[in-house]
Design a protein around this ligand. Structure first.
Ligand SMILES: Cc1ncc(COP(=O)(O)O)c(C=O)c1O
Ligand SMILES: N[C@@H](CCOP(=O)(O)O)C(=O)O
Length: 461
């Protein structure tokens, strides 16, 4: 399996190279040259299998000879062993045709753990074999950073620097990033919003000297490995609802478009997905783009679902690549226009996007009302991101079963949940002392050279 850039001008790589490379050298994102399909029989055989077995079947065709079959099975087993639920991603029924896919049973209580725990295992195995050392720099609006720090803490061959927007993540998210004591993980609070952090990470990848000097790697969803691991729970949940014989739809709380794009890959692989519904908060650039065809950058507005406070949505580039019939030059042109503020998707491409993705938006009040209503009517305490999802999903319920992705545990956002319900969601016992642990934070201005210096100085010591 070979990997190509969405902008068509970067070297073609193996899975291992694409995983360790992060952003392509032409600024694009790596995607597989072709998407493997699974037969109806292979999908049907997943019924009753463990999450780990399904993960192996779904991901094996993408990894080429990076790992042997046995080693890959082993890495998957280790990645999910510490999850707090035997099913890993259990489904809960909310209404006759509406289900919640609980993706928050991993160590940092968000769906990011599914990919990050596996990537951590895969990085360690690949770097142990090669003897190389890398510096991971990531941007987070709260959950990617905590999952990355958890997955890579204490690993010998990796230093991790996470840039997060100062004052714009929840206290639990911040503490998950700032309280680990291992010296190879660093949380940097940046003056700015998530888009500023993400843009600086991309600028570091485009600074080839810096990239070589620190052996830069990325674990944001620009990394194909992140997307790949997220394809698995679309299969596990759809199969338990009757796939491949029955169609299933998904509503996905969306920010950087990685999670919902993983659903697109599942569909291309042969999973009978009817609709993929993109659910946004008031930072609704994706919903507006799907409605109007115009992707126009606005300013990021802080919301009670802070992990989705994003305007420049990285993986939309991957979606565009397929909507433009894998035309890298067309994607590169649109991304150049984005630097000047926005672009208009061609009629053919927007038709293709609308064929796959439906969308909706939840205001702050609607999000809060959904949290209140779901605990009252269904006994389910939702995190605000999930509540954005259930609100939007309700407008798309029909005869096809709808699965809304529950992307984080309510205890990660206790203030918003308590305001809406009067209930203070407790942290699981294993992290009950989170508020008592000492924090280690580096503050930084929105200043790329200064942050690059912090990184270089830290890895030199
Ligand atoms: C809790 C939560 N929900 C939803 C999202 C949006 O996911 P994506 O960026 O893959 O669209 C994020 C952040 O990525 C998140 O942390
Ligand atoms: N919501 C994310 C933002 C980064 O997204 P990623 O999927 O590209 O890593 C977060 O919580 O950090």
């Amino acid at each position: 399996m070979r990997y190509i850039s969405t902008r068509g001008q970067a070297p073609v790589l193996t899975f291992e190279q694409a995983m360790l490379t992060g952003l392509a050298r032409d600024g694009g994102l790596y995607v597989p040259e072709s998407i493997p399909t699974l037969s109806t029989d292979q999908i049907a055989a997943m019924a009753g299998q463990s999450y780990e077995e399904i993960a192996y079947t779904v991901m094996r065709p993408f990894i080429g000879d990076t790992f042997s079959d046995d080693q890959f099975r082993d890495l998957i087993a280790q990645a999910y062993a510490g999850f707090g639920h035997a099913a890993r991603a259990p489904l809960v029924q909310l209404a006759p045709n509406h289900f919640l896919l609980e993706l928050f049973h991993g160590p940092t209580l968000a769906f990011k753990d599914f990919a990050m725990k596996l990537i951590g295992q895969m990085f360690e195995a690949a770097l142990t074999r090669s003897g190389d050392r890398v510096t991971i720099v990531g941007a987070t609006s709260g959950d990617t950073g905590s999952a990355a720090i958890e997955a890579f803490r204490g690993l010998d061959a990796v230093d991790v620097f996470i840039l997060y927007p100062h004052g714009r993540v929840s206290e639990v998210q911040r503490r998950q990033m700032t309280t680990p004591t291992e010296s190879n993980v660093h949380a940097i609070a940046v003056d700015g919003d998530f888009d500023d952090c993400q843009a600086m990470v991309k600028d570091m990848f485009n600074d080839f000297q810096f990239r070589e000097d620190v052996r830069l790697a990325g674990v944001n969803s620009i990394n194909w490995g992140r997307v790949l691991a997220q394809v698995v729970y679309y299969f596990s949940s759809a199969v338990s609802l009757g796939a491949p014989l029955r169609e299933v739809s998904f509503t996905v709380p969306t920010g950087n478009f990685g999670d919902v794009f993983a659903g697109f890959i599942a569909k291309q692989m042969g999973l009978p997905i009817r609709d993929l519904v993109v659910a946004t908060n008031t930072n609704d650039i994706l919903h507006r783009t799907l409605e109007t065809g115009a992707y126009t950058k606005g300013t990021v507005t802080p919301t009670i679902s802070p992990s989705m406070d994003i305007q420049v949505s990285s993986n939309f580039e991957r979606a565009l690549f397929y909507a433009y019939g894998q035309d890298g030059a067309a994607v590169a042109g649109q991304m150049d226009d984005l630097k000047r503020g926005g672009f208009t998707v061609s009629q053919g491409a927007i038709d293709a996007l609308r064929e796959t993705y439906k969308s909706g938006r939840a205001s702050e009040q609607e999000t809060s009302d959904a949290i209140t209503a779901y605990v009252r009517d269904h006994g389910e305490l939702l995190c605000p991101h999930t509540a954005v999802g259930t609100h939007v999903a309700e407008a798309h319920l029909g005869t096809t079963p709808m699965v809304t992705l529950a992307t984080a545990h309510p205890a990660k956002f206790p203030a918003a949940v308590e305001r809406a319900t009067g209930i203070h969601p407790p942290l699981p016992p294993r992290m009950a002392d989170l508020y008592d642990r000492d924090e280690r934070i580096t503050r930084a201005a929105h200043d790329l050279p200064a942050i690059q210096k912090i990184i270089k100085d830290r890895i030199a010591t």
